[in-house]
Design a protein around this ligand. Structure first.
Ligand code: ATP
Ligand code: MG
Length: 649
């Protein structure tokens, strides 16, 4: 059977070029030069990546830039380097020595700043402490913490000695932590007594104690005192973070690691299925993250880079910790919830610290919209000069709101497409030279070669929806799935040999801009039209009453599949049958009659992963009246699902 093409129905033709004064000051400010660079990178990708790599520090240079035995790649083979050295030591002999590396704000309002010199000192000490606990090169270390500077210290300390870190998001329960510790075979767990979330303590150490009942590989636990919560201390196993530091012998010489030495394991969000332990290595990841941070965020020496992602996700790894530090920038880290003590917390943080770049997720932006314009209006956000988004397709409505209300119309918005697997941003506008279209991630970065293809692998025409593939290896690509190379081969490379299957649907418009249409698994088939659910959702969100929408299909005898829309409303709108009809008509008007949802259900909340993404596979089961199957450990709030099911009756 040949599947018909995925039909794109999103109509969006507004164009937002960067303001002139942004362009004049930007790092990359000539479109012609940028196009030339992209063309050159496409023609000789290895030379392109090698040129970037030369800006970083290597103990030994590579023999070959790329060794590609599909689907296994080795980048910068033969080279040795150290990521922590590149993030820290490299800056110590420059004017950045006493520059803030991290500016951190705790949820209760406490603020700490760590300069490069201070961060370096702590990392050396903690690296020494880990060695004192018997951690050696290649050993796995689980980091189960909140957003505290010590989490970054722990990651960098692992990188310094060549231990492989596996950060487990601090919002996960004991079972999810246990499974991830066991999958990676972690020897040490680094945690804290508790973390702050909406004024309440999340009992991390209690969760660790429970998880460790069934984790034979763990020998030691390091506990940071954060909230002062009462904890039990298992003698011989548990150690206090600061006591360890006080007695540690600093590890001043970084370990000289092979470029392909594993740097970290990170489990994906689990939006579509069981999370995968994605493995990244040292050299290639460093190069990809270094260049993408600098270019996409147009990073300048004086920037204060505020990425709201938790370090438990890849965005936190690449754009809170490694990317900014590799560039000698200042990264702003916030510990708590965006609605504590009130829903203006982020705006208050931006105003008080003077953040110049804000990088957040569509789910957060839709929440900000729902909470109301009056909140950002109370704060001076004029320090912002660039905005970014990642994690899901952003609805044009949310994009323009972000641009206008948060960016005051003067900040370019970079919609960045990438995945845990890609390590770094793959598709995004260079803010000064690629005019933005709301809802489009625009163009692939130099050196990144993507295609949108039909099911038979042939290239789609303009505006024809298809599968997004990456045609060639890139330095920050995943190398394998931890402990399951067969899954790596099968999931990403089997269908189109030599080309990486992203799992996302996309189309390329007549200007070459890429529009992400959601996951291939979420494509619905209505009366012969294959639609990306993201577009129907965007049509719903463009109605003034709608805060958020998720569209899934259920089997229908007549149409093949019928559309079921789950809708959350903005404050002040009532869930009435009249509104249901209005919304269905609105979709018909925006897209066409065929896309009109057959059922609209109002919901107080949608089931999301802990990284904030809508879990459509669970909604599909609700819509079809089925039991929930598959992995739900990444679900943020099980009650949401229960409520949706009880609404069913
Ligand atoms: P799993 O792979 O376990 O189902 P996940 O795909 O949600 O989880 P991540 O690696 O955190 O895990 O997310 C990457 C995915 O997020 C992408 O494949 C894409 O579907 C979506 N995504 C990220 N950024 C964007 C963006 N700018 N536009 C559209 N979609 C995006
Ligand atoms: Mg994925």
């Amino acid at each position: 059977m040949t599947d018909p093409a995925i039909r794109s129905v999103l109509k969006e033709d507004r164009l937002f070029p960067a303001p002139a004064d942004f362009v004049t000051r930007a790092r990359i400010h000539s479109r012609d030069a940028y196009d030339a660079r992209r063309a050159q990178a496409l023609a000789s990708p290895e030379a392109h990546w090698a040129e970037i790599a030369c800006e970083l520090h290597w103990y030994r240079m590579w023999d070959r830039v790329l060794d590609w035995k599909p689907p296994h790649a080795r980048w910068f083979g033969g080279a040795t380097t150290n990521l922590a050295f590149n993030c820290l030591d490299r800056h110590l002999h420059t004017a950045r020595r006493h520059k803030a590396a991290l500016v951190w704000e705790g949820e209760p309002g406490d603020v700490r700043t760590m300069t490069y010199a201070q961060l370096h000192r702590e990392v050396c000490l903690f690296a020494g402490a880990l060695e004192g606990l018997g951690v050696r090169k290649g050993d796995r270390v689980a980091i189960y913490m909140g957003m505290v500077p010590e989490a970054a210290v722990a990651m960098l300390a692992c990188a310094r000695i060549g231990a492989v870190h596996s950060v487990v998001f601090g919002g996960f329960a004991a079972e999810a932590l246990r499974d991830r510790i066991n999958d990676a075979g972690a020897k040490v767990v680094i945690t804290q007594d508790a973390s702050w979330r909406r004024g309440k303590e999340v009992p991390l150490k209690v969760n660790v104690d429970r998880a460790l009942e069934e984790t034979p590989s763990v020998e030691h636990v390091v506990v940071l005192r954060r909230t002062g919560a009462a904890i039990t201390r298992v003698a011989g196993r548990d150690h206090d973070f600061h006591e360890l530091l006080a007695s540690a012998k600093p590890r001043t010489e970084p370990e000289q690691l092979d470029a392909e030495h594993p740097l970290f394991i990170l489990y994906t969000s689990g939006t579509t299925g069981k999370p995968k332990g994605v493995v990244h290595t040292t050299g290639g990841y460093m190069v990809g993250v270094f260049a993408s941070t600098r270019d996409v965020f147009d990073l300048r020496e004086e920037d204060l880079h505020f990425c709201t992602a938790d370090i438990g996700w890849v965005t936190g790894h690449s754009y809170v910790v490694y990317g900014p530090l590799l560039n000698g920038a200042t990264s702003l880290m916030y510990e708590g919830a965006p609605d504590h003590p009130d829903q203006a917390r982020l705006w208050s943080i931006i105003e008080r610290h003077g953040a110049s770049i804000l990088y957040t997720a569509p789910t957060a932006i839709r929440a900000f919209m729902k909470w109301g314009d009056h909140l950002p209006a109370r704060h001076d956000l004029s320090s912002l000069r660039l905005l970014g988004t990642v994690g899901e397709p952003i609805n044009p409505e949310a994009w323009t709101w972000y641009h206008r209300t948060i960016g005051g119309g003067r900040c370019p918005v970079v919609d960045t497409w990438w995945q845990t697997e890609t390590g770094a941003i793959m598709i995004a506008p260079m803010p000064a030279v690629v005019p933005q279209k709301p809802g489009s991630a625009t163009l692939p970065l130099p050196g990144i070669d993507v295609s949108v293809v039909r099911h038979d692998g042939t290239e789609c025409g303009p505006n024809e929806g298809g599968l997004l593939l990456v045609n060639r290896p890139w330095p920050s690509m995943l190398r394998t799935v931890w402990g399951d190379d067969a899954r790596y081969v099968e999931q990403y490379w089997a269908r189109f040999p030599g080309r990486y299957l992203t799992g996302d649907g996309a189309r390329r418009d007549e200007d070459g801009y890429l529009w992400l249409m959601g996951r291939i698994d979420d494509v619905v088939n209505v009366a012969g039209h294959r639609l990306g659910t993201a577009e129907v959702e965007s049509a719903l969100v463009s109605h003034p009453a709608v805060a958020e929408a998720a569209v899934v299909a259920r089997p229908d005898e007549l149409k093949g599949e019928a559309l079921v829309a789950f809708v959350t409303l903005k404050t002040g709108h009532d869930a009435t049958d009249v509104l249901k009809t209005t919304l269905a008509d609105h979709v018909a008007q925006e897209i066409g009659k065929f896309a009109k949802p057959d059922v609209i259900r109002f919901a107080a909340a949608l089931p999301k992963t802990r990284s904030g993404k809508i879990m459509r596979r669970l909604l599909r089961e609700v819509a079809q009246g089925k039991q929930t199957t598959g992995d739900t450990t990444t679900l943020e709030d099980l009650n949401v699902l229960a409520t949706l099911r009880s609404d069913d009756e």
